[in-house]
Every structure is written in structure tokens, then in C-alpha cells.
Ligand binder design. Sequence first.
Ligand SMILES: [Zn+2]
Length: 385
Amino acid sequence: MGRATRGCGCAVAVLVVVVAAAGFATWKFVLPWWRTQPPPASGGDLTVRVLDVGPVNGDAILITSPSGKTVLIDAGDTTRGKTVVDVLKRNNIQQLDYFIATHPHPDHIGGSAEVFKVVKVLNVIDNGQTPSFPPGVAPSPSPAAGKKKPAPTPTPRRGGPPPVTKFYDDYKAALTASGAHYETARPGTKYDLGGGALLTVLAPSEPFFTREHMRTGGNEPNANSVVMRLDYGSFSMLLTGDAEEQTEHRLLTKELNLEARVLKVGHHGSKYASAGDFLQRVKPEFAIVSCGAWNRYGHPSQAVLDRLRAANANVKLYRTDLHGEITITTRGANDINVKSAKEPSEDAWAGRTAQKDDSTRSGFISYGDFGPPPRPPRPREQKSK
Ligand SMILES: [Zn+2]
């Protein structure tokens, strides 16, 4: 009897240990995994439109979720707000559930004020950064070192050129006037777009990149871009803004799911973004480059196009400068339908030649650099060369 009781006690103790170990494993491993899983796809259409906001560079991406929620990521350059508005009208969109400004550069938020004028915006997310002032453009006085005060906005001279931050001032004014809920992008934050579509913030993470981090190339406001992934069933897309190689390498050091079927190629296809090891990890089936035919920076770079093919020999490439607006539709199953506004008249796998370098290191400035684009070469001039 005594032996039987002892045996029973042992069994209970073993059971307690097993249950505790299973509980611990569930809490430690299963729960975090389960939390990262998007909800099941409803089977409705998710649409991602990469807008053609050329001919100078610019980004604007419109997402419509299966439940009808709308997200606009960036709004094109200052002169392209109307293009974005036209697309919203064409798709009968009177309200944006989210407007996401990836970073404070004019080719991303320049058109936002125009958009805010015509549609109701419920939520605005940005990286919380103010525009930085390159040497020679900095308004005086500069903020004292060590103080976290944002740089003061220069006062426009009567009859003089508008302040270099006009695009940013207009964005902030439009945001205030809209009454939208505002928050800064925090890695790990998930936005439920309904119907099984989920938008997750991956970057920026602190400490923010500074000029010092950009010695190998690239531009720090770009490197601090909001980066997100969109999941819907078996569909996934990485939305990179103008993230640079430094951003990508930081993402690689974190335990993140970076694999994605569709990649919005970072920084308009700049050679300072889309590092080989990053692309190997993402392994996109579709690569979308948003760039303007008249950009001076050689976007997309041939090196990036080669790296894309090295990561996946079968990757399908779409470019807004050649294909116009690109529309991706999926029901979250194994279906990805990509349509473009036009067929490319040139080889999409041929990169452009840079007239200007686009990194902080070489004195790249983001202001006053988006003036009249260079005249595109005439076919006859091309032939005679
Ligand atoms: Zn850009």
C-alpha cells in the first residue's frame, strides 16, 4: 500500500513536470509564433496599386483590403498630388483608413496636402522625423547640438523662393487640419485591414540612422523609412519606402519574417539599396520598382536588377517608368495577378545611367534637387551615338 502511494506520488510529480514543461514551451515558442501568424484569408480581393507618379521620382502605393479598408503609402512628389487624387477618384475612394508617410522627402509626401484636401483621412503614421538640412541648405540658427528640438522652419522672404521645407510644412498643416489620429511607426505594430489582411511595421527602429552611418553610401532620411510587410493568406509584400542597405542589414539582424512574394524595391532601385544578402532572404517572385523615367540618379541601377535576378532567376520585374501603374490583385491563395497600364517599350532589365549620385557621402541633397527634369534623349540622338 505504502509502495503504491509512493508510486502514485511519483507519477503525479512527473505529470506536473511534463505539464509545466509543455506550458513553458507553449508560452515561450508556440505563442510568439502564433502571434506572428496573420488571420486566415477571407478569399475576397486584396488590391495593391503602385501608382505611376513620374516622370520624376516618387512613390505612392494604394492598398484596398478585402473588407474595403484603404491605405495610401506616400503621395508622390509635390507636383503629383493631382495624379494620386485622380486614382482615388477613379477607384471611388472617399476615405483613407491610413495614410503612411515613409519619410519626409518631397517625392514621398509632396502630394499629400492635395490628397488630404479631397479625401477624409482617419489615421496618419510616419517615422516622427523632421526633414534634415544638408550643409549649405540649413536654415539658421541650427538647433543646438544635443537638444532634441526640431530644426526651425525658415521664414520665406517676400517674393523669394518658398522655404526648402514647404513640402513638409504643407504635409503637417494638412495633417493638423484633417483631424486624423496620428502615431509614429513602431516596429511590431500590426494594423488589421480586415478580411484577413494585416500590415506590420518592421522599421524604423532606434537608434535612428545618422549621417555617420551612411559612410558607405545612401541617405539617412531614406534609411529611416517606414518599412512594412503586408500579409494576406499566402500573399505577402514588403513595402520598403526608400530604405537603404543599412536598413536592410539591420532588419537582417532581427528575428523577422522577411520572405515575401512581392517586393517593392527600396529607394526606386538605387544601387545603395537592395543588398544581395537582403534580396536572398526576401526571395521575391515579383519585384516592383517605382521610379520616374526622368530621374537623374540612374534608378533602377543595373547592379540592383542583376542582384534581383541572382536572388531568384525567375523573378518577374515591373517598373512604373516603363509599365505605368501596376496593379496587383490576390485572393490570398496561390494567386497573384499583376496588371500594368502599358507594355514596356524598352527592356525592363536594362538599368539607367546615373547623372548624379544619390548618397549623403557625395553631397546628395534632398532639397532643390527636384527641379525641372533633364530633357529625355530623343530617339535620333540615341541612334547617332
Ligand atoms: Zn524617394
